[in-house]
Design a protein around this ligand. Sequence first.
Ligand SMILES: NC(=O)c1ccc[n+]([C@@H]2O[C@H](COP(=O)([O-])OP(=O)(O)OC[C@H]3O[C@@H](n4cnc5c(N)ncnc54)[C@H](O)[C@@H]3O)[C@@H](O)[C@H]2O)c1
Length: 305
Amino acid sequence: MSLEGKVAIVTGSGRGLGLAYARELARQGAAVVVNDVDESIAAEAVAAIEADGGRAVAVVAPVGPTDTAKRLVQTAVDTFGRLDILVTNAGVLRDTVLWKMSDDDFDTVIDVHLRGTFTCVREAATYMRANEIPGRIICIGSPTGQRGNFGQTNYAAAKAGIVGMVRTWALELKKAGITANAVIPVAATAMTATVPYFAAAVEADEKGEPMPAFFRHDLGFGTADDVAGLIAYLGSDAAASVTGQAIGVGGDRLQLWSHPEAVVTAYHEGGWSYADLEAQFPSLVGEKLQSVGEKFPPLPEELQR
Ligand SMILES: NC(=O)c1ccc[n+]([C@@H]2O[C@H](COP(=O)([O-])OP(=O)(O)OC[C@H]3O[C@@H](n4cnc5c(N)ncnc54)[C@H](O)[C@@H]3O)[C@@H](O)[C@H]2O)c1
């Protein structure tokens, strides 16, 4: 087993993707600190891991505040003796268009995803550095953070922010041998079950049938278990040289995302005045303007619901 002797924390692991990550890490030999706000699903997750022959303990607490981050790391160390892998996965949605989004909608999503990632990684990295453990930080992003999405101002801010933090942590933690990567998952879970476009895939999954190839292959949309292998790989010694990356996975598809970089660079001595820009912007930049949002191919007729 590739993670024998290692200890992992997975936030928001009572169900969905987090549960799949926790179970796979345990299958690969890691002892796992399960975390969720929902006590019963956290207990069920621990029981499922133990039934598979693994080791797990639950911390029922909301990710976001520093206190929870401290409890998670302390529990890993007190129960299993160390901490090697942190997966920041806990998440909530409060979707609505910008002009209807309340301060509370914004703050709730930022608090769980962005602050929760920051506080947990700060605590874990501090522990790993102090104990000279070449740890693994795996943070969960989203296609929305990479490209934007209608109705998700708060979530786009949080998920883009997470990838920005990961790039910074890859730099800051390199000397300590700690890697920091973002995983951009796509899978059928409670979070995606209500999206009409994915209805036929979710329906197949719920019946225990294989998802149509259009979803698995063309869209990179599969089950939570399809994402878990990448989490275990990034947590392993085999991935020691992989850091600062944003890696997408879903269904049959694996993707390495680029980081933003300049696509046009032009110079004008003395700087760019309004008049310079009016004269030159269209020819210099016009054809290179970047697209936003995800592009979904039309659903084949037989998969429309
Ligand atoms: N499902 C997808 O296709 C998809 C795509 C991109 C990103 N993601 C991301 O993957 C992660 C997991 O998503 P999912 O689809 O499994 O969602 P989910 O809603 O099924 O699971 C999220 C879990 O997090 C828990 N949680 C919520 N707030 C918490 C908090 N403050 N502290 C601790 N636990 C908390 C919930 O109780 C739940 O068990 C999220 O970060 C999500 O944004 C999912």
